[in-house]
Design a protein around this ligand. Structure first.
Ligand code: ATP
Ligand code: MG
Length: 441
């Protein structure tokens, strides 16, 4: 009986022993009929480890006490139905319902159009995928998590959230094999049954998800190579990807490009985070958020700084933001410059050089011809570099073949040393501003 259920669960005697916490000799002796009256506690542990149904537990318990099987109790030889229906994963049963979404933002400001796209689930033969892309700190994760909380009730088999660390500080992007192992474990596959080869892990992942309704958020994807193995095959699942890069796909995917906030939404976000009352001057608030480049990360940092310094008022903050904004827009662990550093560090050398030179040489919007002159290269080559920086969301295209840098990105690029001097080549040029700001005199 025990052997039948162990075989069904695809476990060796050693694996069953490890899973149940029993000695492997005990398992062997029970299977070999050398242990006629096992202890009740051991029987319970085995039943748990084998994920037996109630009927099967009753049968095992009776056999352990030397009693006849109760009527209707599960017989392993008769191929009884396990507790959950087979998932087409060669008998590997995921019994866990993961609920991995991080906390939602307290109140998401704006983004109605993007939420509409994310909530829409088109009929698709493969798992629908939506990819939220945009520059550092624009609100990709906040939007994806908020949309996922809204969609969660439609996915009774669980929600997975994986931070792929595409642009994390001091951490390399997560390789697909590692992400797959984590997701398989979260779906209930025991570690010892996860194959070592990434392709086999991906195949098992698709098998476990087949027929299930799981929502999967893949946050901060670095590139397509690392992302594609993480996409399930069946139509029951739904995937939301976020990335600082514009990613390309073989299959169906809806792109959700995310821009900075409109001024009224930016003011609403700043006022709420800084806990300002309704009396604050609208004009000053609008100017503060403009100096934050309408970027949610910058607005959040500016609001946190104002809130932490009761002696400051909005005018003083404005004054400070008129100077070295990147130095001002840093608070504890959060920093706009550090976020942009991580985008810059991921670029290959030729794109880094182009980024630095564009930051010092191009002030208004510009075309490939001006960029070619600045980069001392041909126009087609300059055009390709501009496209690559566009894909990394370090440039914006204002009209066909017209480019500009976001204000904060421009300051970041301009403040980098002309040559790759420091380790990683991203040391900042000190003292760009020569005059002393009023608040420092
Ligand atoms: N629409 C919004 N409403 C309220 N808060 C927001 C909104 N968008 C972003 N935020 C807040 O702004 C900060 C930056 O947002 P978020 O981390 O989502 O950016 P991101 O685009 O994912 O950045 P990164 O590229 O570094 O991953 C967070 O504190 C987030 O909660
Ligand atoms: Mg993010």
């Amino acid at each position: 009986m025990l052997r039948g259920w162990r075989t069904r669960a695809l476990l060796t005697q050693e694996q069953l022993a490890e899973r149940s916490g029993l000695n492997v000799r005990t398992v062997r002796r029970m299977e070999g009929d050398a242990l006629s009256r096992p202890r009740a506690a051991s029987v319970v542990l085995l039943a748990e480890a084998l994920e037996l149904s109630d009927a099967e537990r009753a049968r095992l318990s009776s056999a352990a006490r030397g009693l006849p099987a109760p009527a209707g109790a599960g017989d392993p030889a008769a191929g009884d139905v396990p507790r959950r229906p087979p998932a087409g994963a060669g008998g590997l049963e995921a019994v866990t319902v993961p609920r991995q979404l991080p906390a939602d933002v307290a109140a998401l400001v704006g983004r109605d159009r993007e939420l509409g796209i994310l909530a829409d689930r088109p009929a698709s033969p493969s798992a629908p995928v939506a990819c939220v892309s945009g520059m550092a700190g624009v609100g990709k994760t906040a939007l994806a998590v908020h949309a996922a909380h809204r969609l969660a009730p439609l996915f009774p088999d669980g929600q997975l959230f994986v931070d792929l660390h595409g642009h994390a500080r001091a951490t390399a992007p997560v390789e697909p094999g590692t992400a797959l192992a984590r997701m398989l474990r979260a779906l209930g596959v025991p570690g010892e049954r996860i194959p070592w080869h990434p392709d086999d892990r991906a195949a098992l992942y698709r098998s476990v998800l087949a027929g299930r309704r799981v929502l999967i958020v893949l946050d901060d994807a670095a590139d397509e190579r690392r992302l594609h193995p993480l996409l399930p095959a069946g139509p029951g699942c739904h995937v939301i990807v976020t990335s600082r890069r514009r990613l390309t796909w073989d299959g169906d995917a809806r792109g959700v490009p995310l821009d900075v906030l409109p001024v009224p939404d930016a003011v609403a976000l700043f006022s709420r985070l800084a806990q300002l009352d309704a009396g604050a001057p609208e004009g000053d608030l609008a100017e503060v958020v403009r100096r934050c480049g309408l970027l949610p990360l910058a607005i959040r940092i500016a609001a946190a700084r104002l809130l932490a310094r009761p002696a400051w008022d909005v005018r003083h903050l404005l004054d400070r933001l008129a100077w070295d904004r990147l130095t001002e827009l840093a608070d504890g662990q959060h920093s706009v410059a550090a976020a942009l550093d991580r985008s810059y560090e991921r670029l290959p050398a030729d794109q880094r050089r182009a980024y630095r030179l564009l930051g010092t040489g191009c002030h208004a919007d510009f075309g490939p011809g001006a960029a070619a002159a600045l980069l001392d290269t041909s126009t087609p080559l300059a055009g390709r570099l501009l496209d690559q920086l566009l894909d990394a969301h370090l440039l914006q295209e204002t009209a066909p073949c017209r480019y500009r840098m976001h204000d904060l990105v421009h300051e970041h690029a301009a403040a980098l040393r002309p040559a790759d001097a420091g380790p990683g080549g991203h040391a900042r040029r000190p003292g760009l501003r020569s005059r002393t700001p009023r608040w420092q005199r």
